[in-house]
Design a protein around this ligand. Structure first.
Ligand SMILES: Cc1ncc(COP(=O)(O)O)c(C=O)c1O
Length: 412
């Protein structure tokens, strides 16, 4: 529940910008960034944080995190354009992803971005481009551990497999046939909402073994390990999991640091991490207004003026839902409440919570929605809400207008 003063603040914004409304909170962005960077400073000072743009690439968010010190982790040409537009230097851009066009690769070389390579075809194209440009380019290889994927359900869809010697043969092929490429890093990404810090330890062990048995044996000096993102948030509980106890970020960083010290004893590499969800998840809330309510089978069913098209991950994440203090629970107690979206699909459910009796016009607040929501939303049935940025000093700045019919009609 939010207090009277907060409610007044929100009510003013909803009046000015309409409902539903996304709010981004700069204070929260700062808090998350500072927590993470403090833990890294304590346990592994040789590090670099690169914000994973795909999680939410609204320029206001990218720019704010860049101001705090975050580099940019990108996977597309247009994310590169955003990074450049907000003034990010090439050396502070890490370019990942399974598809980089020739133009992307040329931009990356010209601007000296860090490149992590996903597939053999990309290696071939990059060799050709580097040769044409008369340069030798440092690269990282994206790798994964199949056995870890089996045990921990981590991702095994991108990059080169360690266990079946695919990664080893790529290293040998690069040394033999691609003189304009120089391997100097290993990249991996385990997936998102990784629930146990030990999973990072386990993958670093595999990377350490690969380093000892392949990389060093071929006289390559490894400069960095990019461990990807994946750090979870208590507010982003996957619905299919019964229990959701999220350890503090310091536990993740400590596990990573201990594992690097254990498995890369001879020379500690630069650690790159690419958090997305952890940095932005809790910095964004969605406010929506109730348009109808009824009691059905002992539950309260409310429909709000938004939809999972604005919040696609609500399909499998239980975000926290709150209502204002005005709707006090003391009188009638709280009941199981389902928050339905306005579309005509029965699975359009934005959340479930224990809430007091609600009425048309009441406002619900859905928190923790900063990751993979605004920028992966669609216009289906519910046009996208406006977005307002709330600065640290509580000044507000509209950064995206609420969509209107014109935004759909242009699709033709
Ligand atoms: C390569 C890479 N790095 C980082 C991330 C960010 O992940 P998360 O938001 O779970 O931190 C992703 C997400 O898919 C990714 O693919």
């Amino acid at each position: 529940m939010f207090d009277e003063q907060t409610e007044k603040f929100y009510a003013g914004l909803l009046k000015e910008h309409g409902s539903p409304l996304f709010l981004i909170n700069e204070k929260k962005l700062k808090e998350s960034y500072e927590n993470l960077s403090a833990a890294l400073k304590e346990y592994y000072p040789k590090n670099l944080i690169a914000y994973s743009y795909k999680t939410n690439y609204l320029p206001a968010i990218c720019e704010t995190l860049s101001k705090f010190g975050a580099r940019a982790e990108i996977v597309s040409g247009f994310e590169y354009d955003i990074a450049k537009k907000i003034g990010t230097e090439g050396k502070n851009i890490i370019w990942n992803g399974p598809h980089k066009t020739d133009e992307d690769l040329k931009n990356a070389l010209r601007e000296k971005c860090r490149l992590n390579i996903d597939n053999k075809e990309e290696l071939g194209r990059l060799e050709k481009i580097a040769k044409e440009m008369g340069t030798v380019v440092n690269i990282g290889l994206r790798v994964y551990s199949e056995s870890n994927a089996r045990i921990f359900q981590t991702w095994s869809r991108f990059g080169f497999c360690i266990e079946d010697h695919e990664a080893e043969s790529v290293v040998r092929m690069t040394l033999r046939e691609l003189p304009h490429l120089k391997i100097c890093g290993l990249h991996t990404h385990l997936g998102t909402n990784i629930s146990h810090p030990e999973i990072y330890r386990s993958v670093i062990q595999k990377l350490g073994q690969f380093n000892a048995s392949v990389i060093r044996k071929n006289n390559i000096s490894l400069q960095y390990i990019d461990i990807g993102g994946g750090f979870p948030l208590p507010s982003n509980k996957p619905r299919y999991l019964g229990e959701w106890g999220v350890p503090p970020i310091g536990d993740y960083v400590k596990n990573i640091a201990d594992a690097l010290s254990a498995y890369f004893k001879d020379e500690l590499p630069l650690l790159i991490i690419e958090p997305g969800r952890y940095l932005v998840g809790d910095a964004v809330k969605l406010f929506a207004t109730i348009i109808s309510q009824k009691i059905k089978g002992g539950e309260q069913w409310v429909v709000v003026n938004s939809s999972i098209s604005a919040l696609p991950r609500a399909e499998y994440i239980d975000y926290p839902v709150a209502v204002s203090q005005k709707q006090k629970s003391d009188a009638g107690g709280k009941i199981n409440t389902v928050i339905f979206g306005l579309s005509c699909m029965p699975n359009d459910i934005l959340g479930r919570a224990q809430l007091p009796a609600l009425r048309e016009g009441d406002v619900v607040e859905i928190s923790g929605v900063g990751a993979y929501s605004i920028t992966s939303s669609s216009q289906w049935i519910a046009l996208r809400p406006a977005v307002v940025f709330v600065k640290e000093n509580e000044e507000t700045k509209p950064i995206s207008e609420r969509e209107a019919a014109k935004d759909v009609i242009f699709l033709k």
